[in-house]
Design a protein around this ligand. Structure first.
Ligand code: PMV
Length: 331
């Protein structure tokens, strides 16, 4: 049966995407900057024209509910955008927990978009793939590229200028990330629901939007200078400002658990002891800690000792999406 397989890494935003200017196209209200991860990876196989098969399965099990509906909608969008009349189906596997605030949707939708393009034999360049991945999950736009990545807000109503670009390859500044899991697999309020709610009800949302350009400019400069102190400081401030918008929503959303707060304190403690480490938190309770490779084990040990942390994941920075089987669509 015709098909192709692609692999993409999850990414973690250091300057966050939070809020949309267009929901169906996943056009962001703000630009964002992220790192792509080598060790939290999704592999997707997309098949063309298979009748009767599940639209979306994970490790051989059909995926229903919201994730299933989102994937079906993304597959239909991809087919239309790529000029295909056949039905597309996707099977995925991941190396990390799905739906636990670990940006699994970014890796999955990016890998699916790349596999669909390859399976249909279409030639496109990575920026265009970024736009196709974006429609499945906004943050998927960034997983197309490796290393340090910026996703542009864009101005156009059709979203043709809202795509990611690489700021720096992973080899140019290979930092590492520790993820401290505050729970396994518990459901969070999905980021798209929270973004809609916050943009409609939070008194702090306009302030969030107003501060983002300054953070983006400062983060670009800090990355270009390989300045970990500046990168980490901006990332923590940006993360806390994003979470402040959720706390000010009506009704409020609090993503943190006591374990999250204890993990943030542990990161501050590491810095107090002379070990440079910085946290960021997405739409969930998990705490991600950025540090230099030589501090990875010390940071992982400290985070594993935080009461309530159930598991530690480690990752290096990784490359962009790859085709494992099928024609490579880009030069
Ligand atoms: O791409 P989505 O819809 O899963 O939204 C991601 C939102 C955050 O993870 C909170 C921030 C980001 O930029 O990844």
């Amino acid at each position: 049966m015709p098909g192709a397989t692609a692999r993409a890494g999850a990414n973690v935003a250091l300057v966050k995407y939070w809020g949309k200017r267009d929901e169906p196209r996943n056009l962001p209200a703000v630009g964002s900057i992220s790192i792509t991860l080598a060790d939290l990876v999704a592999t997707a196989r997309v098949s063309v024209g298979v009748d009767g098969a599940d639209r979306f399965s994970s490790r051989g099990e059909p995926v229903s509910g919201m994730a299933g509906d989102r994937m079906a909608a993304h597959l239909d969008w991809l087919a239309t955008a790529l000029g295909a009349t056949e039905r597309l189906t996707a099977e995925i596997e991941t190396t990390f927990p799905v739906g636990a605030g670990l940006a699994s949707s970014a890796a999955i939708h990016c890998a699916v978009a790349a596999a669909a393009v390859s399976a249909l034999g279409v030639s496109i360049e990575r920026p265009e793939l970024s736009r196709l991945a974006r429609v499945g999950s906004g943050s998927a736009a960034r997983s197309v590229f490796g290393g340090w990545v910026e996703w542009h807000r864009g101005e156009r109503a059709d979203g043709e200028d809202s795509e990611a670009e690489q700021l720096l390859p992973e080899s140019e500044w290979p930092l590492t990330l520790v993820v401290a899991l505050a729970h396994e697999g518990a459901k969070e309020i999905p980021s798209r629901d929270a973004m809609r709610h916050v943009s409609r009800t939070s008194a702090l949302y306009p302030g969030w939007i107003g501060a983002q350009e300054e953070d983006l400019a400062a983060m670009r400069a800090a990355i270009a200078a390989r300045d970990l102190t500046a990168v980490g400081t901006i990332a923590e401030e940006n993360c806390l400002r994003m979470h402040a918008t959720t706390l000010a929503a009506r009704p409020p959303i609090l993503y943190w658990s006591p374990v999250t707060v204890a993990a943030m304190e542990a990161v501050r403690g590491l810095r107090g002891g002379g070990c440079e480490a910085y946290f960021t938190i997405d739409a969930g309770a998990q705490v991600k800690v950025l540090c230099a490779p030589e501090n990875l084990e010390a940071v992982a040990r400290t985070m594993s000792e935080v009461p309530g942390v159930v598991r530690i994941l480690r990752s290096a920075l990784g490359g962009g999406v790859e085709i494992l089987e099928g024609p490579t669509p880009w030069k």
